[in-house]
Design a protein around this ligand. Structure first.
Ligand code: PLP
Length: 442
């Protein structure tokens, strides 16, 4: 019997002993092509030499020195890198490091509150986020998340957060509505909600630039985030961009928000930042937020023991350097175009494929019982989970989710391959998914 408290206490799990390129290898020698990087984490594959060497080298000289007293070189270098490439408007921002996406979201929420307190705007305690969305599993992050199933058992313990609709074109854009009209209608939900709550009570709006697992790699309609930025600015509300899943190159630009032409006041990032080699997340505060603190207490009212860990930041710096030196963003765009075309060619006309959406190397296939009515499959059938199991038997790993249609029903399968994938691997991913969907939807 295992003494690890696993996600399932009853299911048998293979033991992974090695990573090789885009593959994970178990203790029986079985190879799995990782088509989703776990959860959009392993963007450089599983045996990147430069990152391994950077982590080992840092471990050999310094692992840990408490941030109450010291800084360290890798943390400084990585912050310089991230700020230098941040979306225009971020200015002389600063970066804090944490261990997980959830921790980063908690820290971002507290930073937003600190910003307002430093300016004497004491009534701003409330957050507006979107549904569906996922922002993590700690209580604050879970509270701002809009995932009904994950929230349910803990609902009685969560802070009160307002949710507006995520811009989910497949189910929400009206037939008589242009993309621009749809973008405006959905973004204006924020304006209405801020007015209803009282602008002076709202601390921040939280949204993923490209929605990850909860909705299936859903980009926003053109113009949506420009309008969001205007509304936030008009009411003194901060915008927190959760780039934990969609950031660090996954959508073809280092920051997903670059493609929307705006900048956030606070940005969180995690998965692709460490690429799985080290547990690391970051919160980037823009110059506007930093100036409020500099003009006020001059102190960060939040801290954790493992902030700015030297080995974690050295690993992440090497990941960023690999992405830049090898021009991997160009590969994300090239391979992403191949993935999109392949998915559309193989699955675009399938009777049970309702929608194929995504950007860069971040794609999802939403499955429906009926293409005409868009009716989802019965939740109990667990179609997305069955697709994952069947694909794993065929040696390819996908990320399944349920709940996109109404919070509970709606199956989709997320694809987030390594930026270092070969074209053959991309083709295998497409062909395997098409075969498994065909077999599981009869
Ligand atoms: N935000 C987003 C968009 C995520 O996808 C996730 C995790 O999937 C999180 C936050 C939480 O990150 P973590 O699981 O590292 O706590």
């Amino acid at each position: 019997m295992s003494h690890v408290l696993r996600r399932s206490l009853t299911a048998d799990q293979p033991t992974i002993v090695k990573g090789k390129g885009s593959y994970l290898i178990d203790d029986t020698g079985r190879r799995y092509l990782d088509a989703c990087g776990g959860a959009a984490v392993s963007c450089l594959g599983h045996d990147n030499k430069a990152v391994r060497e950077a982590v080992t080298a840092q471990m050999n000289i310094l692992a840990y020195a408490h941030t109450g007293l010291f800084t360290n070189e890798p943390a400084e270098k990585l912050a310089d890198f991230l700020i230098a490439r941040a979306p225009k408007g971020t200015g002389e921002g600063r970066v804090m490091y944490l261990g997980s996406g959830s921790e980063a979201m908690e820290a971002a929420m507290k930073l937003a509150r600190q910003y307002h307190l430093e300016r004497g705007d004491t009534a701003r305690t409330r957050f507006i986020a979107r549904a569906p969305s996922y922002h993590g599993n700690t209580l604050g992050a879970l509270a701002v998340g809009g995932h009904a199933g994950r929230r349910a058992p803990f609902a009685a313990m969560l802070i009160d957060v307002e949710h507006i609709d995520a811009a989910y074109a497949y189910r929400m854009q009206r037939d008589d509505e242009t993309e621009a009209d749809f973008a405006l209608r959905l973004a204006n939900q924020l304006e209405d909600r801020i007015q209803a709550m009282g602008p002076e009570t709202v601390a921040a709006f939280i949204a993923e630039p490209v929605v990850g697992a909860s909705l299936g790699s859903q980009p926003a309609p053109a113009g949506y985030f420009k309008r969001i930025r205007e509304i936030c600015d008009a009411h003194g509300v901060l915008y927190i961009a959760d780039e934990v899943m969609c950031g660090m190159g996954r959508t073809g630009s280092l920051y997903a928000l670059e493609q929307e032409g705006i900048c956030a006041d606070i940005t969180t990032m995690a998965k692709g930042l460490g690429a799985g080699y080290q547990p690391i997340a970051a919160v980037m505060a823009s110059e506007k937020v930093i100036n409020a603190i500099l003009d006020g207490s001059g102190k960060l009212w939040n801290g954790h023991t493992y902030m700015s860990h030297a080995v974690a930041t050295a690993g992440a710096m090497a990941v960023m350097q690999e992405i830049e030196d090898r021009n991997l963003l160009a590969d994300v765009k090239r391979l992403g175009a191949r993935l999109e075309k392949g998915l559309r060619d193989h699955l675009g006309q399938h009777a049970h494929v309702g929608n194929i959406r995504g950007r860069g190397l971040f794609w999802s296939v939403e499955l429906v019982q009926d293409r005409e009515t868009k009716a989802p499959f019965d939740v109990k059938r667990n179609l997305a989970g069955r697709i994952q199991t069947a694909a794993m038997q065929a040696g390819v790993i996908f990320y399944p989710s349920q709940g996109c249609a109404d919070g509970t029903a709606g199956d989709h399968v997320l694809i987030a391959p390594c930026y270092t994938s070969t074209e053959e691997e991309i083709d295998t991913i497409i062909e395997t998914l098409a075969q498994v969907i065909e077999a599981e939807t009869v």
